[in-house]
Each structure stands twice: as structure tokens, then as C-alpha cells.
Ligand binder design. Structure first.
Ligand SMILES: [Zn+2]
Length: 330
């Protein structure tokens, strides 16, 4: 049985495996510009975030119906359960679907339908986090929040993703204030390719409670000191950082130094269909490449539950953490 863990940085559209992409393309009469899964997999070579985003948004063309989103979520939950995931807080990008004529309700109803069955079917408790695309306008983000209002009983919080550089957090001050007023939790990608200043802005201007990625905080000692003091969780994605060239090889990843600095680190898979591994694979990869011992892995798992949005269910959080403490490595 794998080490119990929560996954807090997972884009559900990033779990679209080539086989499912082709199956949904056939079901929906969509033609993909790839002959087969083998040719598509050859496209999974990226130079940076934007080169990944280009393919990520292109493949979303196969996602049309509630059933498509439910099938996508179920396929992820099967894999996640097999890798020890007990709780998942899942990102989705509504603007990327609404722009293709797929309604907010179709996306949310499809995903939440699958997530509602998740605990019974997969043994995984789940939350949905709606992300705004930062390379779209602030007005588009506000319109997206408005469109989500009928579904806020199924959305725990908001996030900020897509191309980071040139789209600083401050651009989204108003929509984050509006979301906070609605009682939504707040996270944001910052410090993936953007500078440490973007992390500071996400904290000070957007009021985020977790920083997604946050890798580049290590360039600013004062920022690291603040993150440690305030125990701000970082949802790191080591395999993503390698595939998008934020680090050259996994052995160079600063995760050990970040943990040594006292940062509240978690490891996640980001877009596992694109980056070569789900969250359990990521734990194995960092153990091998970075020499993390069992107690470090246990710390990462414990942190993932500490950082989860389970405040309305402290008994569940405590139960998950007890599973981590009791876990005996093979
Ligand atoms: Zn991400």
C-alpha cells in the first residue's frame, strides 16, 4: 500500500492521456492533428511553459460534454487511488472550455458528478478549485467568477494559472477580492517562471493561502524567511519543473534545500499525462534522484494534509495524518 498523501496541485485537463484524448475525439467527431497516440506522445517534448500550454489547450478540443469531464476525472481518480492519494484539490480552467462553446455548467456538473462519487468509488475526498487564465484579461476573469456563481457550492476556491511572465498577480486584484467576499479560498501559481516578486504579490495583493510552484522563492532569502515564518504551503511539481526546463535535471531540484530551510513543501504532479508521472511516481522520483529518506517522504505527505482545505473537517485531516504517521515503508 503506497504512502497516503494529498494532491493539491493537479490540473484535471493535464490528466488527459493520449489514449483518452483519441477515444473522446472519436466519440465527439473531433479530428486531432496527430495520426495516433504514438505520434501525439512525440509532441510531448517541451522547451518551456508556453510550449506545453500550446499543446494543453489544443488537446482540450476533445472535451465537449458532461460525460467527457466525468470520464476525465474518473480516469485520474483511478490512477491517484493506486498511488496513495486520499484527498485531492483539483484545478480546472473554465475559460479554456467556455471559449470553445462549452458552458460552465457542463464543466462543473461533469467534474463534480464524478467527484461526488469519488470517496465511495476511489476512497478519495476531493475539492474543486477554479483557475483564471492569467494571459486572458482581468475582465474575463471577473466574468468567469460571475458565471461560476450558480455552482459555488461545488467550488472551494480560485487559482491563477497559464503563462506567468508578463501577467503579474496584481492584474487580478479585483477578482480575488470579489472571490474572497464570496468566501472562496485563494491560491495562485507564482514563481514558476515568474520572479520572486510575483510570489510576494500573490501573498500581499491576492491574499493567497498557498503558493502553487513557488520554486523561485529560493532566489530571495527574505521571502523564504517570510514563507517559513508564516508556514505558507508551496505546491511544488518537480517533474513539471524538469519537463518545462525550470530545472535541468531532477537531481538539481532545490526541494531538499527548501525542506532544510523549513519551508512547508508538498510535491504534486501538475499535469501528469504531460510530465511523465502521477503524484506517487513523483514521490518515487524525488526519493531516487534527491536521496530523500523515509522521514522526508513522510514529512511531504504530512504537509500535504496540513496544507489541505479541510478546515471544515478537522477530524478527517487528523485521520489522514494518523495514516501517514502509522505508515510502514516496505
Ligand atoms: Zn500548475
Amino acid at each position: 500500500m503506497p504512502l497516503p498523501k494529498a494532491e493539491l496541485h493537479l490540473h484535471i485537463e493535464g490528466t488527459l492521456e493520449p489514449e483518452l484524448a483519441f477515444a473522446l475525439a472519436a466519440r465527439n467527431g473531433v479530428t486531432l492533428p496527430y495520426a495516433d497516440t504514438e505520434e501525439l506522445r512525440k509532441a510531448y517534448l517541451f522547451d518551456d511553459l508556453q510550449s506545453f500550454l500550446n499543446l494543453y489547450y489544443e488537446l482540450m478540443a476533445v472535451l465537449r460534454t458532461e460525460q467527457d469531464f466525468a470520464d476525465l476525472a474518473d480516469a485520474y481518480l483511478v490512477r491517484a487511488a493506486a498511488q496513495g492519494v486520499r484527498h485531492a484539490e483539483i484545478f480546472f480552467d473554465p475559460q479554456a472550455h467556455i471559449a470553445r462553446g462549452v458552458a460552465m455548467g457542463t464543466v462543473v456538473e461533469g467534474l463534480s458528478g464524478a467527484l461526488a462519487r469519488s470517496e465511495e468509488t476511489h476512497g478519495i475526498s476531493t475539492q474543486l478549485i477554479m483557475c483564471f487564465l492569467r494571459d486572458e484579461s482581468a475582465e474575463s476573469a471577473m466574468a468567469t467568477l460571475e458565471a461560476a456563481k450558480p455552482y459555488l457550492d461545488r467550488i472551494v476556491g480560485i487559482g491563477l494559472d497559464s503563462a506567468e511572465v508578463g501577467h503579474p498577480p496584481v492584474k487580478f486584484r479585483a477578482v480575488y477580492e470579489a472571490a474572497a467576499a464570496l468566501g472562496l479560498r485563494r491560491v495562485a501559481h507564482a514563481g514558476e517562471e515568474g520572479p520572486p516578486a510575483y510570489i510576494t504579490e500573490a501573498l500581499d495583493v491576492l491574499g493567497v493561502e498557498r503558493v502553487d510552484h513557488g520554486l523561485r522563492c529560493m532566489e530571495d532569502a527574505d521571502l523564504v524567511e517570510r514563507l517559513v515564518r508564516d508556514r505558507v504551503p508551496l505546491t511544488l511539481c518537480p517533474l513539471s519543473n524538469v519537463r518545462l526546463r525550470a530545472v535541468d535535471v531532477l537531481e538539481d531540484h532545490p526541494l531538499p534545500a527548501m525542506m532544510d530551510a523549513g519551508l512547508l513543501c508538498t510535491v504534486n504532479s501538475d499535469d501528469p499525462a504531460y510530465f511523465g508521472g502521477y503524484v506517487g511516481d513523483t514521490f518515487h522520483a524525488v526519493r531516487e534522484a534527491l536521496g530523500l529518506d523515509q522521514e522526508r517522504l513522510r514529512e511531504l505527505a504530512r504537509n500535504s494534509f496540513e496544507a489541505s482545505f479541510l478546515e471544515h473537517d478537522e477530524e478527517r485531516r487528523a485521520r489522514y495524518i494518523a495514516e501517514v504517521e502509522a505508515y510502514e515503508f516496505a
